[in-house]
Every structure is written in C-alpha cells, then in structure tokens.
Design a protein around this ligand. Structure first.
Ligand code: GDP
Length: 442
C-alpha cells in the first residue's frame, strides 16, 4: 500500500514504415536547421533584439506586441514590450528579466532557426549552459553605450564568450547594439570591434568565424532591414538576418548512431501519456523504432513523432522533435537522459577525461557536472596537464596541483553514479554556484 502504480503506455508497438530515412531526407529538401544561443551582459538588449527579430519576421503579430506595449506602459516600462515576446510568464515580466531559456523558432528562405535565449543574470548560468551545449553558433550582444561596453567586458561579456568557445561553439556573430545611443558613431563601432576581436581570438575563435554588425534592436536597424539613419550610412555590410543565413549547414551527423538528450518530459496526455521533446544530436529515427534509454538501459518504442506540432514519420539530426513513447515506465525517463539506437548505444561511464577551460582555480575537488540538461555530482580526481590554448601541447610540468583561471587543462573526473557521456560531448563543471570550468570530453 502507498506505492503508486507506475503508468505505462502499453499500446501495441506502432507499425514501422521501414523508411530509408536518409533517402527521404534527401527527397524532402528540408531546410537547413540551426540553433543559436544569445549571450552577453545583462541589459545589453538581448531580449529586445530577439523580440525585434521575431516581430520583423512576422513570427509575432502586431496585436500581441500592441497588447504587450499597453501592459508595459501600465508598469512604466514601455520599452520592454519587445523583450516580452521572449519572456513568457508574468513574474518574469514584472521583474523585467528572462529567466528560463525560452525556445523560439523562426524561418528564413534557407534556414529554420531556433533561438536558445540565454539570460544575462549570473545565477542563470546553468540555463545558458543548457543553451550553449546545443548551439551551432552564438550571437553575442554588446551594449555600445558609453561606459556600458566597458562594464560589460568586466561582467558577463567575456565569461559568456569563453564559455561558449570552450564548449565547442566555433562561430560567433557580434551585435554591437544600441548604436542609436551614440549617434551611430563609426569610431565607437570600430573601437568595440577591435577590442572584442582581440579577446575572442585569444579565447580561441578563428577570425574568419567572427562577424560584427552595428545594430539597434530597439529601433530595428540592421536586423531584418538596412538602417535608414543617415548617420549609419557608413555601414554597408549584411544585416543580422543575412549574416544568420550565411551559416554553413551545421554538419548534420545523419549517418551516425542516434543520440538525443531529453530536454523536456510531458506526462499525462490522454492519447499519449508519456512524451519527450528534444533536438536530435545525431542519427535519425522513425515511428515504430525501438530505442534504448540511458542510464536506465530500458527499452521504449516511438509511438508517434511531431515536428512543430505536425505529425511526421521520421526525423533527423538537427531537428527539434516531440516523441510520443510507449512500452516504458516513466520512472526510467529523466530530463538529461539519452535516447539511442539499441544496437549502438551510448555507454554509461563512471569516469571521463576532458579538455576544459578553467574559470576559477581548479584543484582536485567535489564538483557538479552538467551536460546540457543532465547534471550529476562528481569529483576532479586528477589534473593531467595544463595545455597550450592554440596547439594543445602540454605546458609546464605534468600533474600540476592547481590550474589558474583562464588556462586550458586536461582533467579526469569521477562521477558518483554512471551517466551516459561520450566524446565530443560538451561538459560544464560547477561548484558552489559558480562555473568553475567548461569543455569537451575526450
Ligand atoms: P537583456 O537583459 O540583455 O535581455 O536586455 P533587454 O532586452 O531587457 O534590454 C535592456 C534595456 O535596454 C531595456 O530598457 C531596453 O529597452 C534597452 N534597449 C535594448 N536595445 C536597445 C537599443 O537598441 N537601443 C536603445 N536605446 N535601448 C535599447
């Protein structure tokens, strides 16, 4: 008595159409899919910029914006209306900050984008990590206003850029924002670009993967349309949307084994009592497939699939999907768990080696390991060596006792319980509420 029966959807396994998913994908001429994370200091204008982007691309209708504007005026914060497009929930509105990563999608002719909105508040770094761990590229927003850029540099601007780079993000678009506040001064744009370039290159970005765009998110200049401000005529480069569309198709790992980390779980639907949503990291799947869940090593079946609320027969790497599952008890599924191909599963590991960037002094110590939405306690058991940022060669003596902030090191981490991890996954180490290091599994 007292033990609640676990719900299990034991509908007969959905019939597979036995599709050749790669061939189907070829025929469908599906759009390139890209996920990006928005980073930068708090108040740099990230939410306003993304709200503007969605508004100008007609993802949000004028009525919604007008309603937000009225609500915002009542609260005496009229300029926040655009930001609210991203910030769902009235508590967030009242506080005027973006708390969770709101996922928003929009499309251009070439690409279907998902914005993983990363909030600028320090306490919210775990959310930003979840975003960065899925990002194909980053948009760094910088407030060009006098003094703001400088304080942002001391604040989260550098920390976020280092974090995304050390998590394997290679391409970065820098929006030099609020240029309306400095009269579209070209020399201010140049000054900021020069300084930011220098530290991004030092952080390991290649200069060919760095682009700067002068913008005003609030007024919509150089976002979806070229600025019409006479003072801004010196800029003839791409708008933000044109630059986003320049993205190389992110190496879609279609033919690799299926890997999908559970981003969200929905329970209790009438037709589909157990569903999950996620982005497929590699491989493909179709209705009727048997999948393995790690770390529980339980099997389940794909009962139905949806993309953008439309039922589909199959899905491939890069797409954000909802999976309706059958044949598994919900206790075996957690956010952060990995679904994979039973014939080629991801292994549960108790120990791993990673190449990480230190944000704080690193010593063998207790830490929390984050991989996307998965997090688990563990311990740095060994610092193997400090490595050169660019060449990766060992610097100094082996097995140093401590790694200084800003240096790259190879470390060995032991976990309290086995979890599914494999190279080249992105991991972040946190201790006492701070990000202490971030990097790639080896
Ligand atoms: P976040 O914390 O980075 O998401 O920043 P918000 O989008 O909430 O913006 C912070 C403040 O800057 C708000 O008062 C915005 O109205 C203002 N802001 C954002 N973008 C611009 C811009 O391009 N120009 C001007 N003048 N103000 C802006």
């Amino acid at each position: 008595a007292g033990v609640e029966a676990m719900r299990i959807d034991d509908t007969p396994r959905a019939k597979s159409k036995h599709l050749d998913v790669l061939a189907e994908f070829g025929k469908a001429e599906a759009k390139n899919a890209a996920n990006f994370v928005v980073i930068g200091h708090v108040d740099a204008g990230k939410s306003t910029l993304m709200g503007r982007l969605l508004y100008d691309l007609n993802v949000v209708d004028k009525r919604t914006i007008d309603r937000y504007r009225k609500e915002a005026e009542k609260m005496g914060k009229s300029s926040f209306a655009l930001a609210w497009v991203l910030d769902q929930g009235s508590e967030e509105r009242a506080r005027g900050v973006t708390i969770d990563i709101a996922t928003n999608t929009f499309e251009t002719d070439k690409t279907s984008f998902t914005i993983l909105d990363a909030p600028g508040h320090r306490d919210f770094i775990p959310n930003m990590i979840a975003g960065a761990s899925q990002a194909d590229f980053a948009v760094l927003v910088i407030d060009a206003n006098t003094g703001s850029f400088e304080s942002g540099l001391k604040g989260q601007t550098k920390e976020h850029a280092l974090l995304v780079r050390s998590m394997g993000v290679q391409r970065i678009i820098i929006v030099v924002n609020k240029l309306d506040t400095v009269g579209w001064a070209e020399d201010r744009f140049t000054e900021i670009s020069t300084q930011v370039s220098a530290f991004l290159i030092a952080a390991g970005f290649l200069s060919k993967n760095i682009t700067f765009i002068p913008c005003s998110g609030l007024h919509g200049d150089n976002i979806t349309r070229r600025s019409t401000e006479p003072a801004a005529s010196w800029y003839q480069g791409p708008t933000l949307v044109e630059e986003l569309d320049n993205s190389e198709p992110a190496g879609r790992a279609l033919s690799k084994p299926l890997r999908l980390t559970i981003g969200d779980i929905f329970r209790g639907g009438v037709q589909n009592p157990l569903s999950i949503s996620s982005r497929i990291e590699s491989g493909s799947l179709q209705v009727g497939d048997a999948l393995l869940v790690q770390p529980s090593s339980q099997k389940c079946f794909v009962k139905a699939l949806e993309i953008d609320n439309e039922p589909v027969d199959w899905a491939v790497a890069g797409q954000n999907v909802t999976l309706h599952l059958s044949g598994i008890e919900e206790q075996y599924l957690k956010i952060g768990d990995v679904l994979c191909t039973p014939s080629n599963p991801i292994q549960n590991v108790k120990q791993f080696t990673a190449k990480v960037l230190a944000f704080e002094f690193l010593t063998p110590s207790q830490i929390d390991i984050h991989r996307g939405r998965l997090h688990t306690p563990g311990r740095i058991v060994e610092i193997v060596a400090v490595l050169d940022k660019h060449t990766g060669a060992v610097v100094g003596k082996k097995k140093p006792r401590v790694v200084k902030p800003g240096l790259i090191a190879r470390i060995v981490v032991e976990l309290e319980a086995p979890v599914p991890l494999e190279a080249p996954g992105r991991v972040v180490l946190r201790g006492n509420g701070e990000t202490v290091a971030a990097g790639l599994l080896e």
